[in-house]
Design a protein around this ligand. Structure first.
Ligand SMILES: [Fe+2]
Length: 489
């Protein structure tokens, strides 16, 4: 049995209409600055951890991308805004040149935020002049320009998500635990019911993206290829906070039997007792952050400030190690990325603008963003029922169970190492460094989170992080082999 369906992004790509592409450029670039608007200038400079970049650096780096890969190639009259900015804002492109060491991005008190914003606007003006001029270029140059703009916009959307995760970590460092936006991340009323299980028959399936598919995809999503899967079942929703609290209260963080060896080392060396951002209830009175063995009463830090842990919302900010330990404790396992993708495509789920994702206002949906996972069946969400988080569902073929929250809320750790698909080829040139060189020591996450931009979600998307990282909105969905399945769980 071979089944596949094309990934469909929210915003159509591949249009030859330069005005449409220019408008998308304007919209995506503006949204980056909207994300930063609630921040103070001081918030833009802090780097609490090598993995977390200061917002000012994100603003400059995404601009450098267009300057370096588009304007230097297609705008012969363009002169670099500043001769040393390529050194400041190159991330990891060895073929482009030397750069500020990653852990030292927080040392950049200069250029000031105002100068970086001037840099953005100068590059934007030059890009719009290039959009106007490109129509008279050769067909080959136009095609290359369009491809690079698409990559640049998707690159910027990746950094929009990183802006949210990084500014959350930055604000979390402050003893005052300030909110990014006090009107976000409110608790929603919802009842939690046990997960239901969607059965997927064994067989030969097709996953990955056909290189000729006009919809945008990164090189690491191709080529389309076949995989054989044994019959399996996958949960209809992600693991929620109530279930994770059971794991904590059952001493899950103290029982080495559930943990991979590297994960157990992290538990011991870093004192993990709960997901990142979970805190003792008295944190705002005492400043105490470390959860002791006696702490049964916890709260969480969100982009809306400190608030109650909602048992019905998906657990997030957990590492791969914690996801795997929870699955072991629950007597289940993580799905492979092929199992995740096949379950999504067989159920004919397509991304819609009805998810709990970021940036929907850009697409005309009146939803300011929660910037936090939402319960599957929230009752008092500010959106209409059709737009509520749990509406991003798909009914299983011939069954009464529905898969919920596939896109939005949390990225889901899979049990798959991030490796090349059979026949993978990276892009030619400097952008060949974009994905392929990271294919070691990382695990794949699928889906998309509550801070993933709406136009940046698709079924074939392969996100990847190192297994100990947990500052992303990362959670899990359980799976199990069909043989020996226990319907009581
Ligand atoms: Fe980047």
């Amino acid at each position: 049995m071979t089944q596949s369906a094309p990934a469909t992004p929210l915003v159509s790509s591949g249009s030859q209409d330069w005005q449409v592409l220019a408008n998308r450029y304007r919209s995506v670039r503006a949204y980056t600055e909207q994300i930063c608007a609630p921040l103070e200038a001081e918030d833009h400079v802090i780097q609490p951890h090598p993995d977390v970049s200061p917002p000012k650096w994100h603003l400059g780096h995404t601009t450098w991308f267009f300057e370096s890969f588009l304007l230097e190639r297609f705008a012969p009259d363009y002169r670099a805004f500043h001769p040393r900015f390529a050194f400041l804002f190159n991330s990891y492109y060895e073929s482009v040149g030397e750069r500020v060491e990653r852990p030292r991005r927080g040392m950049l008190s200069r250029p000031t935020l105002d100068v970086v914003l001037d840099y953005r606007h100068a590059v934007d003006a030059a890009m719009h002049k290039t959009f106007a001029a490109i129509e008279s270029a050769s067909p080959e140059a136009r095609a290359e320009f369009q491809q690079l703009v698409e990559i640049g916009l998707h690159h910027e959307q990746q950094h929009q998500e990183l802006l949210f995760t990084d500014l959350k970590n930055i604000l979390f460092q402050n003893p005052l635990l300030p909110a990014y936006r006090s009107d976000s991340a409110a608790n929603l009323s919802a009842e939690s019911s046990p997960p239901r299980w969607l059965d997927v028959p064994g067989g030969l399936y097709t996953i990955g993206v056909d290189a000729n598919d006009p919809a945008f995809a990164y090189d690491n999503e191709s080529p389309e290829h076949q995989v054989y899967l044994n019959p399996y079942a996958i949960a209809d929703r992600p693991v929620n906070c109530g279930e994770f609290l059971e794991f904590i209260r059952d001493d899950g963080y103290f029982d080495f039997r559930h943990w991979l060896s590297d994960g157990w080392s992290r538990v011991c060396s870093e004192g993990w007792r709960a997901p990142l951002y979970w805190l003792p209830r008295d944190v705002e009175e005492t400043g105490r952050r470390q959860i002791s063995d006696k702490d049964a009463d916890l709260v969480m830090y969100t982009l809306g400030g400190v608030r109650e842990i909602d048992p019905a919302e998906p657990v997030c900010h957990i590492s791969y190690y914690e996801a795997a330990a929870f699955a072991s404790w629950a007597g289940k396992r993580l799905p492979t990325e092929a199992e995740w993708e096949v379950a999504v495509r067989q159920l004919q789920i397509q991304p819609t603008n009805q998810s709990n994702v970021a940036g929907l206002a850009e697409h005309g949906v009146p939803f300011p963003g929660r910037y936090h996972p939402a319960p599957a069946n929230a009752k008092n969400d500010s959106r209409t029922a059709a737009e509520a988080p749990g509406s991003n569902n798909a009914r299983a073929n011939g069954a009464d169970a529905q898969a919920q929250q596939i896109f939005g809320d949390v990225w889901e750790w899979t049990g798959s190492a991030y490796l090349a698909y059979p026949g993978y080829r990276s892009l030619d040139g400097a952008l060949g460094e974009y994905n392929g060189k990271f294919m070691s020591d990382q695990m794949v996450l699928r889906g998309g989170s509550c801070v993933t931009p709406a136009g940046h979600i698709r079924a074939g998307y392969r996100n990847f992080f190192q297994p100990f990282q947990r500052w992303q909105f990362s959670g899990l969905r359980l799976a199990e082999d069909a043989a020996g399945r226990n319907d009581q769980t």
